[in-house]
Design a protein around this ligand. Structure first.
Ligand code: PLP
Length: 450
């Protein structure tokens, strides 16, 4: 039997306590050197005590009674939880024997964080890698990818030009030595988030409010993270799943396709791995609200303190979110209002990454805005968070709405060679449950082949 690179099982990514104590100790120590390969065992939502890394937002920020619990992705190695699907896709390829060390070059089609994750794990696991991404994303993303040693292959455009990166990836795949970790198409992304993120979300609300999840709100890029909703619904059947997308690029809502500023989401498509059966609502969020909201939290500690948030909490929040995290927070507030949630209820969402890759985005906002003094931030705080309303929330539970999403998916993926038959099979929950159940097989094989 071939050996595969030494890395965690799905179960070990969910439960730190499942990791052999010696390996766990080495992994915790490896945090001092991010390029130590033992960091693969730090791909988890959990801290050293096996608690989910999260923040419950102060009511003075959200203006609502329900709790908004934000799971924090910035503590994953490489600075975002996208490293989880990158690792899962690579290790499954190693188990299947389709990806061989020394022989294959790994391709990462991405708009940034997945590319950062791919370049990072390829560095740790000894693979050459090429990240294919648009040439107009935040500068910090390219710097990191280069630092981790991947080559960049840039296509024109921004977040909503992801289809060009896919086309380029398909071209590069004609080279026999290339293997793509195709996040928009491959099911390890679904498996990682349904199992690891979903079960972590369920644990995250223990001891908060009624200990249940009333709503999981999350903005799809590849639509990996939103798979957590499938597991959340198994635990809490009353839970609603809301997909958030940019107002400026309303593809799920009505096929809209425009440029926008929320990096990581709103990619002008319904991705192949999006289980639309479980998406109850689609909500539109204005891109500039997400950027300005980030400015308020990052630069407006005084403004937050004025509204009654302890200064210590305001300062703690400063570096915890990126632009899509703010989009998720706004969407969570809107959904809590829409669902009329009260003090015992919990909305869970995620901050995929932290502030470290958005300095340039805030500099750009400062340049674009005539004024960003305190009185402006005070107004933005009130308008974006306190006054978040119930506009632009669309109910997608009815069959004709599901059909709209199925149609969008076909339009996006038939051109890439997927058959109608395969796409029809995705219209049944069985498809997703069967894919999910493969985790057991992969975990056994990862342990056996280590
Ligand atoms: C910053 C950011 N937010 C949100 C997402 C969306 O996550 P997912 O691809 O799991 O849907 C991504 C994906 O790359 C991202 O980079």
């Amino acid at each position: 039997m071939n050996k595969i690179p030494f890395g965690p099982t799905y179960e070990e990514m969910l439960e730190r306590d499942r990791i052999d104590p010696k390996i766990k100790g080495r992994a915790l120590k490896a945090r001092e050197d991010e390029l130590d390969s033992m960091n693969l065992f730090n791909i988890t939502w959990k801290d050293e005590e096996n608690n989910v890394m999260k923040v419950v937002l102060p009511g003075e920020l959200t203006g609502i009674d329900a709790n908004i619990v934000v799971m924090l992705g910035k503590y994953f190695p490489s600075g975002s939880h996208k490293v989880g699907p990158a690792y899962s896709t690579l290790i499954e390829g190693c188990v299947d024997g389709t990806i061989l060390p020394g022989e294959h070059t790994i391709l990462g089609p991405s708009t940034g964080n997945f590319g950062i994750g791919v370049s990072y794990i390829c560095n740790l696991m000894g693979y050459d890698s090429i990240v294919i991404m648009p040439d107009n994303m935040s500068k910090e993303r390219y710097d990191r990818i280069k630092r981790y040693g991947a080559k960049l292959d840039l296509t024109p455009g921004t977040e909503s030009d992801v289809i060009l990166t896919l086309q380029r990836t398909y071209e590069l795949m004609k080279e026999p030595k290339n293997r793509s970790l195709a996040q928009f198409e491959l099911l390890p992304n679904y498996r990682f988030h349904r199992y690891v993120t979903g079960n972590s979300a369920i644990e995250a609300v223990k001891g908060i409010g009624n200990g249940r999840i009333a709503c999981f709100a999350c903005a799809p890029g590849s639509a990996g993270t939103i798979a957590a909703g499938d597991e959340i619904k198994n635990a809490f059947p009353e839970a609603k799943v809301a997909a958030l997308e940019p107002y400026e690029c309303s593809t799920l809502t009505n096929g809209g396709r425009g440029q926008h500023r929320i990096e990581g989401i709103g990619d002008k498509m319904c991705t192949l791995i999006h289980n639309v059966l479980n998406t109850d609502f689609v909500v539109l969020i204005h891109d500039d609200d997400s950027v300005k909201g980030l400015k308020v939290i990052h630069d407006g500690a005084d403004i937050l303190a004025e509204s009654g948030i302890p200064m210590e909490t305001a300062l703690y929040l400063k570096d915890k979110f990126g632009v899509s995290g703010i989009c998720n927070i706004i969407g969570s507030i809107k959904m809590a209002k829409f669902l009329r949630l009260g003090p015992g209820d919990n909305v869970v969402t995620v901050a995929t990454d932290g502030f470290d890759r958005y300095d340039s985005v805030i500099e750009d906002l400062d340049r674009r805005s005539l004024e960003t003094e305190d009185f402006v931030l005070r107004r933005w705080k009130r308008d974006i968070f306190d006054k978040a309303d119930m506009e632009d929330i669309f109910d997608f539970r009815r069959p004709e709405k599901k059909q709209h999403l199925f149609d969008q998916k076909e339009k996006d993926w038939l051109p890439f060679g997927y058959t109608k038959e395969y796409m029809d099979s995705m219209k049944h929950q069985d498809f997703w449950d069967n894919e999910y159940n493969k985790i057991k097989h992969y975990d056994e094989m990862i342990l056996k082949m280590r």
